[in-house]
Design a protein around this ligand. Structure first.
Ligand SMILES: [Zn+2]
Length: 343
């Protein structure tokens, strides 16, 4: 076990500006029950690396955040394995399972790298709360995390297993063009329609479209594919969310925050043309000469964008209920404490 001094956590302190947005702008938008389909737990003791981008977050941490972010709401999670250099995947996964067992309505996608043993994965996904896999481009066998194809970080043997068991896979697409990259579209078409029809894909971050351009190019092809879902996590620009809501069924979209480190910082994912970057205002010196208001948490920026997009796209209360809760209830069986994939 690591020394406690390395268990730094992102402090759960809301500013007056955060609370104003939460209560005045989002209070009647965020429903009483919420399924956050994209959240991370992490323990730095499970990696040999010293310079790591994640802070300590266990189930208590994300529950404490939830109580501040969305007071009075019933919140459960689809916990994504957290990709990190030098990670002991087995130790990380068994700790995540221990954490998730404290909340039988939460679910887990097991972190998977090309080096993971197939029989170990099979054994791990037999746990009733483990519903799928979380691959990540960081583990690409090509060594190029920016321009790699799906099979470079999720082997065909692993996809065969996922197909056999009907697993979910939360996929952060690689490639500068994200979902608009022809290789990604060709691969997803082949996998969903021919090769692995029982895999259920959740394309994270609006199909990794933080800007308008990728989803604008790809949505008419993606919406025709079977077994494709999306999560809204970390996208704070109105345009990709609006495009997704206009073209896709609300039954194929999950709410997700990408907390803690990727969603609960003060700032947003800014877009500049087709470029985008996470902008953490606590690392900058901004003056705000024209206003008294100050920046808020990125997760509230995301919800403001989602709310605005939902109004323009004229989503019904039933559509919003699908995205915030009902899709998870239906697809992940969260109403039961011991779900069975065979039902
Ligand atoms: Zn994430």
């Amino acid at each position: 076990m690591p020394n406690d001094s390395i268990l730094t956590q992102r402090s759960i302190v809301l500013t007056d500006d955060d609370r104003r947005i939460r209560d005045e702008d989002l209070g009647d938008f965020v429903p009483d029950r919420l399924f956050d389909a994209h959240i991370h737990l992490f323990h730095p003791g499970h990696t040999s690396e010293r310079a790591i981008p994640w802070t300590y977050a266990d189930l208590d941490t994300i529950r404490s955040w939830s109580r501040e972010l969305w007071p009075g709401r019933d919140v459960h999670f689809l916990i994504q394995g957290t990709p990190c250099p030098g990670l002991d995947v087995a130790a990380h996964h068994s700790w995540v399972v221990q954490q998730a067992e404290q909340d039988p309505r939460s679910r887990i996608n097991r972190l998977v790298t090309p080096g993971c043993d197939i029989e170990q994965i099979r054994q791990d996904v037999m746990h009733p709360q483990v519903i799928g896999l979380k691959p990540y481009r960081l583990y690409s066998v090509t060594g190029d995390i920016h321009e790699c194809r799906i099979h470079h970080f999720l082997t065909h043997e692993q996809m065969e297993l996922a197909d056999e068991l009907g697993l979910w896979i939360t996929l952060h697409l690689s490639g500068s063009d994200g979902c608009a990259w022809d290789c990604n579209l060709k691969d997803l078409t082949e996998y969903t329609t021919k090769r692995y029809p029982r895999i259920r894909w959740i394309l994270a971050h609006c199909a990794r479209s933080f800007t308008w351009w990728p989803i604008r190019q790809a949505i008419e092809r993606l919406r025709d594919l079977p077994a494709i879902w999306y999560d809204l996590s970390a996208v704070t620009d109105l345009r990709p969310i609006l495009t997704l809501l206009r073209y896709e069924s609300s039954e194929r979209i999950f709410y997700g925050s990408d907390g803690v480190d990727a969603g609960f910082f003060r700032g947003k994912y800014v877009t500049l043309g087709r470029a985008w970057q996470g902008l953490d205002v606590d690392r900058l010196h901004l003056a705000f000469p024209h206003c008294q208001a100050r920046p808020i948490l990125a997760v509230y920026e995301q919800l403001l964008a989602f709310r605005h997009a939902a109004e323009i796209a004229e989503l019904s209360p039933a559509d919003l209920d699908n995205i915030f809760w009902k899709n998870a209830w239906r697809e992940f069986g969260v109403v039961r404490t011991a779900p069975s994939r065979t039902e």
